[in-house]
Design a protein around this ligand. Structure first.
Ligand code: ZN
Length: 267
């Protein structure tokens, strides 16, 4: 149902463009104002589009960043329930199936299903590709039997709203996980359940180590271009980046990544 993204750079031009547009105040409807009637029409047409699973799709869809064990899923996931559910799936895959590789994990991509005209669920930010190089589209048996059992257990925990591309009846896509229900109560219920079962991000500070630090370093680099080494060790350079990010985000500047700073990093 999807494409993989073997040639996309980790930092896509789309994000850069959005950032520039945001800086100029030209995002969303502002873009149409600046661009005239043709772009007004294009904006309205885009707003009515949905991907194959019924979720709103658009080239400039608002996204939330997803990072798991220091590996991003650029350029992000649709905000709200899709981010909660697919984020949970990705973290479970990392813990129970195999570690994420970078580059190799992907989120939003505005394009049709390969070989078709319907918009891919990546175009609505409701699909992820996990370790694409290890699990190429069309290949079967790229996971062991034990890994497949874990994947099926993870998907089962999502109460029928998530589908794995390895379970497609046609061409397999074992890297691919997607929402397969439209927006609504079923998806919201699963998101609420999974969010309730997800421990909040730990508060980390200089001296902290581990996966949460790697995630913070990855997010700081993505949001602020700090060029931190993603080593999971919270040292002086990470503290300086956190303080700078906090100042730029209007947060209290203490160099500690607590709930408010996590929220800003993952927005
Ligand atoms: Zn995919």
């Amino acid at each position: 149902m999807c494409e993989h993204h073997p040639t996309l750079p980790a930092s896509t031009p789309r994000l850069g463009r959005r950032a520039v547009l945001r800086g100029l105040g030209l995002t969303g409807l502002g873009l149409a104002t600046a661009g005239g009637l043709a772009q007004v029409t294009a904006t309205r047409a885009a707003a009515a589009e949905v991907s194959q699973n019924g979720w709103p799709a658009a080239p400039d869809l608002p996204l939330s960043t997803l990072t798991v064990d220091g590996v991003g899923f650029p350029p992000g996931i649709a905000r709200g329930a899709p981010h909660v559910i697919l984020g949970w799936v990705a973290r479970q895959l990392a813990e129970r199936v195999e570690a994420p590789v970078d580059p190799g994990c992907w989120g939003f991509s505005y394009r049709p299903v390969t070989g078709g005209t319907a918009l891919s669920n990546h175009a609505s930010g409701t699909a992820i590709d996990y370790n694409a190089p290890q699990h190429p589209i069309g290949a079967s048996g790229t996971f062991t039997t034990a890994q497949v059992a874990e994947i099926h257990a993870i998907v089962a925990s999502c109460d029928g709203v998530v589908r794995w591309g390895g379970d497609y009846s046609g061409r397999k896509d074992e890297m691919h996980f997607e929402l397969n229900r439209p927006p609504g109560a079923a998806v919201d219920a699963v998101a609420a359940k999974l969010a309730g079962g997800t421990p909040p991000r730990p508060t980390i500070r200089e001296g902290s180590q581990g996966a949460a630090v790697r995630d913070a370093q990855t997010l700081l680099n993505a949001k602020g271009g700090y060029g931190l080494v993603v080593d999971g060790i919270f040292g002086p350079a990470t503290t300086a980046a956190v303080r700078d990010f906090q100042a730029a985000s209007g947060l209290a500047v203490d160099g500690i990544v607590g709930p408010a700073t996590w929220a800003a990093l993952e927005a």
